[in-house]
Design a protein around this ligand. Structure first.
Ligand code: OAD
Length: 331
């Protein structure tokens, strides 16, 4: 007998889960306008033909980057967190679950840092398993470069080179294929999987290891596994304690919030945060209009979400917006 949503919710509400894990991927950020990787047609890997890559994953391959860095930097311009800085309802849902019931860890494969931007989850509880755009290092002399400086050069030059050694390429701390995952991932792994009594896996194809092994390694007799995704992935459905919620991540978050009685709070939280970030955007655009000459801003990608992006209310609107953005960006 598979798990039933109402039973899982009532156990959650009665404090029956003490070690809750989230494992999330690109599907929780699509409603922020960021395409995922593997959805046929709209995923980034289906839209990379213009880079003339030998195979899609080459864009995240260190050996390829050293030889041909332009495609990665072009992609970095297109999916830069400066542009996509609005967390989705699902990001706020994770924060709200933590506030109410306590979350042990959030494993994210996303490089967009939206879990941090949404707030509400202490840093030690977030594992950015595939790194992020938050830090940048020269691959030759290892000198650090601030995000501000990296973005300045990224939107000005074709490739970003080190200010210190002048020749080395600067790479954000995104984990490329063949690179080691952050230490924090391995430090947390053992205890998290052995203690987990609820794992919520959302918006991921579970195609990339070792992250994909987490839901396989949680204990079958102890841990309820919930999948929130557009389609079934991994071994979900094979265990008695599995609950499959197939559909949009934001819609499923709302459904669970409704059952737990915090739907209104969740919507309110998202509204407040959006209003706050719209205010910040307005402030920043006033500053940037006065600081940058038209010539400068012409070749820079927009640095903040537009009003249209900020008013995304539904998954459908978000998908339309994502398509429009991709059209605009020609990806
Ligand atoms: P994928 O693109 O492989 O998978 C995204 C999953 O989310 C798919 O199963 C989609 O059907 C589902 N999905 C898309 N939109 C959704 C929505 N609104 N609601 C619910 N589900 C939705 O992305 P990841 O699994 O995150 O590595 O990819 C894993 C890694 O592969 C990434 O971290 C990336 C890539 O190579 C790096 O960035 C280094």
């Amino acid at each position: 007998m598979p798990a039933i949503l109402e039973d899982v919710v009532s156990k959650l509400e009665s404090g029956g889960f003490n070690n809750i894990l989230f494992l999330v991927g690109a599907g929780i950020s699509t409603s922020a306008g960021i395409p995922d990787f593997r959805t046929p047609g709209t995923g980034l890997y289906s839209n990379l033909t213009k880079y003339k890559l030998p195979y899609p994953e080459a864009i995240f391959q260190l050996s390829y980057f050293k030889k041909s860095p332009e495609p990665f930097f072009q992609l970095a311009r297109e999916i830069n967190p400066q542009k996509y800085n609005q967390p989705t309802l699902f990001h706020y849902f994770i924060a709200e679950i933590h506030k109410r019931y306590g979350v042990r860890r959030v494993y994210t494969q996303n490089i967009d840092t939206l879990e941090r931007i949404a707030g509400g989850i202490p840093e030690d509880k977030i594992v950015e398993a595939h790194g992020s755009f938050a830090n940048n290092k020269c691959i030759k002399c290892s000198a650090d470069m601030s995000s501000e400086r990296f973005n300045e050069l990224l939107f000005k030059d074709k490739v970003v080179r080190c200010d210190k050694c002048k020749t080395g390429l600067v790479k954000p701390s995104i984990v490329f294929f063949g690179e080691q995952l952050p230490e924090k991932f391995f430090e947390c792994w053992d205890e998290d999987v052995s203690k987990a009594d609820l794992i919520v896996v959302a918006g991921t194809s579970l195609a990339v290891h070792p992250v994909a092994a987490i839901p396989e390694e949680v204990k079958e007799d102890q841990c309820t596994r919930v999948l929130i995704n557009k389609e079934k992935v991994g071994s979900f459905g094979e265990r008695e304690n599995d609950l499959l919620l197939l559909g949009g991540a934001d819609e499923m978050a709302l459904k669970i919030a409704r059952l737990c009685g915090f739907e209104d709070e969740l919507l309110e939280l998202q509204k407040k945060q959006k209003a706050r970030s719209d205010d910040n955007d307005d402030d920043e655009s006033e500053v940037s209009e006065s600081e940058h000459s038209p010539e400068e801003s012409d070749h820079r990608a927009p640095t903040t979400a537009t009003k249209d992006e900020a008013s995304v209310e539904t998954e459908k609107e978000a998908e339309e917006l994502a398509d429009a953005i991709k059209d605009k960006l020609n990806i």
